[in-house]
Design a protein around this ligand. Structure first.
Ligand SMILES: Nc1nc2c(ncn2[C@@H]2O[C@H](COP(=O)(O)OP(=O)(O)OP(=O)(O)O)[C@@H](O)[C@H]2O)c(=O)[nH]1
Ligand SMILES: [Mg+2]
Length: 298
């Protein structure tokens, strides 16, 4: 059997999580049109008859503006260490920028075999794709073992990419049980689904000022009771998350509940509370203890 860990890296919003879901052929990690959606390392396990590929989702590597951002970047960089392969994603529509060049340098220094993946070819012009290649390749030099132009959204060239990943992975053990899709606990996956709805329904600073912590999951006779807290940084943000006559929180809850019911194959009662945690993104105690980044920072 072939097996190994494949880190999916790149700046925010290039389509890392979308690609992982497409390769997994099911939604495992959350996705949004806003940068910095993914905040943790999340191992997604793809088991086929011939291979087990552990796709490691990572936060987008960027210039952080606060402590929480610093941790996200540290987690992403740490997540590359010791992996068998890196998929380095580029977004030709947004162009290759300083941030991509910095990531390219980190990848080169890691000495890990890397596949350059130019994503979003469904929407990019041939000139944009050519320019992205021209800018990134000189920095990567011989650290790339292959290059694919794909669309994580339409699936174009994904089977070819997957074949290549399996080809380059070493012979190895099955790291996870074959029915396992992620290494993260259920409470984390639930909090992510709620957070995704907040990312979809709100704008500007709100999604980034929000964190979700699941406090209780109880299997009751005819439903699963889930209580979660939504952290915001200011009172005014609490008002926006709750919305006029509670409309926003109802919408967040309804969309999250539908998805959770499909996953849990049971009725769900989702109890959401909004709490103001002043400047939580600057506070170690909250970031470490409630949002659970500790493991990946060490
Ligand atoms: N047109 C097009 N859009 C894409 C493609 N792949 C991803 N997107 C869009 O790009 C946006 C970002 O996707 P994500 O998968 O959340 O990006 P990410 O790299 O995981 O972002 P972070 O978690 O913030 O680092 C979403 O709006 C996706 O729908 C693609 O192949 N084509
Ligand atoms: Mg992501």
């Amino acid at each position: 059997m072939k097996s190994g860990f494949v880190a999916v890296a790149g700046k925010p919003n290039v389509g890392k999580s979308t690609l992982i879901n497409a390769l997994m052929k099911r939604k495992v990690v959350i996705v949004s049109d806003k940068p910095q959606t993914t905040r943790n390392r999340i191992n997604c396990v793809l088991t086929t008859p011939e291979a087990q590929i552990v796709l490691v989702d990572t936060p987008g590597i960027h210039k952080p503006l606060h402590k929480f951002g610093e941790y996200m970047v540290k987690i992403a960089v740490n997540a590359l260490k010791g992996q068998d392969l890196i998929l380095f994603l580029i977004d030709p529509i947004d162009m290759v920028r300083e941030s991509d060049l910095n990531i390219a340098k980190i990848i080169k220094e890691s000495n890990i075999p890397t596949i350059l993946v130019i994503n979003k070819i469904d929407a990019a012009t041939p000139q944009q794709i050519q320019e992205a290649e021209n800018r990134i390749k000189p920095v990567l030099e011989d650290s790339i073992i292959a290059e694919y132009k794909i669309s994580a959204l339409t699936g174009e060239n994904l089977s070819e990419l997957l074949e290549k990943i399996i080809e380059v992975l070493p012979e190895g053990p099955q790291y996870y049980p074959e029915d396992m899709t992620t290494d993260r606990p259920l409470a984390f996956m639930i909090s992510e689904i709620i957070r995704e709805k907040i990312f979809h329904l709100t704008s500007e600073e709100i999604p980034h000022s929000t964190a979700v912590v699941v406090e209780e999951i109880t299997d009751k006779e005819d439903l699963v009771y889930i209580r979660a807290e939504i952290y915001v940084e200011r009172q005014s943000q609490k008002g926006i998350i709750i919305g006029q006559k509670g409309r926003m929180i109802k919408k967040i809850g309804m969309l999250a509940r539908k998805e959770l019911e499909a996953i849990l194959d049971d009725k769900v009662y989702l109890d959401l509370y909004v709490k103001v945690k002043d400047k939580w993104r600057q506070k170690d105690s909250i970031i470490m203890n409630t949002i659970g980044l500790r493991d990946d920072l060490e």
